[in-house]
Design a protein around this ligand. Structure first.
Ligand code: 4AD
Ligand code: MG
Length: 440
């Protein structure tokens, strides 16, 4: 394999001749010398290449190159600038960018860059985000493995809507003979074809129910899975295709166990990321005490506030994003678990915690709002009570069920929260999918 800058920075051997590969992130040419900052995206720190005008005459901003050269301590190192530089001996040019290359040096807005999902990874900021994403997934897996969780892969094609919110995508088999692309009048015949497994087939909104089946046999199961929701929300925290960590735990009887796992997981992750060299100032605050309040207490706090609500708080209604924002950013100033929601606004599988509430918990965090949703699960449910297509689920609960519970954590919302600065979830996933945007 070609050397990476990440490996080079681990053990920089001064005086050695090395090959580096990457894209030119900035270029300064003068009469006698040329400086090029080259990054390969494997780490934050680029390398400064020093070349003669003859060596550099083919180079231009954005180009992809291989540089063979000698690693030296930079003359500017004393000024606290670039510590090392590469004195070029041989430069190979792989490719150049065209005149219409959109990734220019000037500060580009995230909205602008979003038009170029296939190219925006060439910017330092987007590149950092995708490394944060990679290390985040690694950190989550590390915590779960240490705690005896088994990673598993429930299906993405389902015949039911786990959350019951009616936001499912219908999957239709497609073949060359039956090409109806561009034909908006879906005929009866086409509807027939959507019955792929003999029933309507959907992309999963959550793998929870299958994960429960797996936890009721291996005790601690998790998956990091795509999830799909046909919601027409144009917000900074909704995607049509997002990734979710779903965790399911058998033999737990209290909601506190579940909230403890979530809090420990996220605090562990932040420490893990710091050990990997990531740092954001607000993380120190996140590592402090989190809050736990019931939905009813949250409603009381909202009603007692002097806020002029767009959407007045009302027991029995879901928390709106302005309510969430008030709780995390103004009232408690930090992450908060809200527990025991009205049963009427939560899915069928949640265990009752009183007459009209369920043992549910949502983790709300500053700026982002809801980051995690979870609950204890019902002990039993009759096949009449269960949504259509889920008869297997009610049958499963009759076969040596145990107390259990779990949660789902949105990876993109987690990254937006970790990044801070009101980051949009669209910046946290390489190719964001949401209603009205599918270019690359
Ligand atoms: O609260 P949700 O809908 O919970 C479930 O789906 C449970 N069945 C999970 C479980 O218990 N296994 O979704 C869980 C999380 C949310 O808190 C949010 O972080 C994220 O998934 N999420 C989304 N992220 C981005 N775009 C969307 N449209 C999202 N919908 C949910
Ligand atoms: Mg939820």
């Amino acid at each position: 394999l070609p050397t990476t800058l990440k490996s080079l920075w681990k053990k920089p051997q001064i005086g050695n001749v090395v090959d580096v590969y990457g894209w030119i992130r900035s270029l300064r040419k003068s009469k006698n010398v040329c400086f090029a900052m080259v990054s390969d995206g494997t780490c934050q720190q680029p390398i400064q290449v020093v070349a003669t005008p003859e060596q550099a005459h083919l180079l231009s901003y954005g180009a992809s190159v291989k540089v063979q050269g000698k690693l030296e301590i930079s003359k500017k190192a004393a000024l606290g600038k670039q510590q090392y530089e590469l004195l070029a001996e041989k430069i190979d040019l792989y490719g150049k960018v065209n005149n219409d290359y959109p990734i220019q040096k000037k500060n580009l807005t995230t909205e602008f860059l979003r038009q170029y999902p296939h190219l925006r990874v060439r910017t330092a900021k987007q590149n950092d985000m995708f490394r944060l994403r990679s290390d985040t997934l690694e950190g989550l897996r590390s915590f779960l493995a240490k705690n005896d969780f088994i990673e598993t892969n429930p299906p993405l094609l389902t015949s039911s809507d786990c959350e019951g919110a009616g936001e499912v995508f219908l999957v239709t088999p497609h073949s060359k003979e039956n090409d109806f692309a561009g034909n908006s009048n879906v005929s009866n015949k086409d509807e027939q074809k959507s019955l792929f497994f003999g029933t309507p087939t959907f992309l999963t909104v959550s793998t929870q129910l299958h994960l429960e089946a797996l936890a009721l046999g291996m005790s601690r199961a998790y998956t990091i899975t795509p999830a799909f929701r046909a919601e027409n929300s144009h917000t900074s925290r909704h995607l049509a295709e997002f990734w979710m960590l779903e965790v399911e735990i058998a033999f737990i009887e209290s909601l506190d166990t579940l909230t403890d796992v979530v809090e420990d997981l996220i605090k562990y992750l932040i420490q893990y990321l710091q050990e990997k060299g990531h740092y954001r100032e607000h993380w120190n605050h996140v590592l402090k005490q989190w809050h736990r309040i019931s939905y009813t207490e949250a409603m009381d706090a909202l009603k007692n506030s002097s806020n002029a609500w767009h959407d007045p708080p009302e027991w029995g209604n879901d928390l709106s994003s302005e309510h969430e924002r008030y709780l995390t950013d103004a009232y408690l100033k930090g992450p908060v678990f809200v527990t025991d929601y009205p049963a009427s606004i939560k899915p069928f599988y949640m265990k009752p915690s009183s007459n009209n509430t369920v043992a549910a918990m949502d983790l709300l965090v500053p700026q982002v709002g809801e980051l995690v949703g979870g609950s204890l699960r019902k002990d039993s449910i009759t096949s009449e009570e269960v949504p259509k297509g889920l008869e297997w689920y009610s049958e499963m609960l009759q076969q040596a069920n145990t107390p259990h519970g779990g949660f789902g954590l949105g990876i993109e919302r987690l990254l937006a929260f970790l990044e801070g600065n009101a980051t949009n979830v669209r910046e946290t996933i390489p190719f964001p999918r949401s209603s009205g945007s599918i270019f690359a």
